[in-house]
Design a protein around this ligand. Sequence first.
Ligand SMILES: [Zn+2]
Length: 245
Amino acid sequence: MQETIRKLLQLQHYDLQILGLNRRQEALGNRLTAERREFDEQMRQLEAERDRLQHLRAGLKELELELESRQEKRQQLEAQQAAIKRNVEYKAMMKEILDVQAAIRLTEDKILEKYEEIEQEKQQTTVRDNELAERRRQLDERVAVVEAELAEIRRQIEEAKRHRAEAEQLLDKGVLRLYRRIFEKKKGPVVVPIVNRSCGGCHLSVTPQTENMTRHYEQIVQCENCGRIFYVPDEPQGESEEAAS
Ligand SMILES: [Zn+2]
């Protein structure tokens, strides 16, 4: 294999490593953001449930006040009734008392209903509260793990960048420019092997001449279709002997 190709492959190794690390960094960041957003959404639901509970409790308070005032009214009427001597008035008062009593029962029923609603809502809120506490714990754990992972990725990127700078130093400026131009376009491998008479990048077939040139000439040979730089992989040593045995 040509020396230039060897150096290019070295550079490419670090470039691809950095590319992969950057992608992983981005994916991890995105996932964490999504998980945080989901948690915030659940938190908002809990807040809404708490608001509903508060609203229900306010409703209960109103009903209790209503009940109280009706009970007072009944007491008043009963006291008035006791002072009445005439039968007609007494009966009229009786009717009024019965009406108030009916209203009291109605309010009592409503209060019971409200209690049930509150109980249900309270249970639901408690369940969600516990769920969220658990999720908060999990999320905190996860954030710690992901942040450690991200720190490690950043460290690896720095290291790969140092190696990449060294690898760039070894290359001819023109070759480096060509390589960089293709890398920017492809965001992936630039130096590709010819495998089974086809380009290892775009898979288009390669003429025997091109393959020969790549194998034997000192110049850089590019794919006519995708522009990537070709190399012919070295034959693994000992393969023919193994095949013979
Ligand atoms: Zn190609």
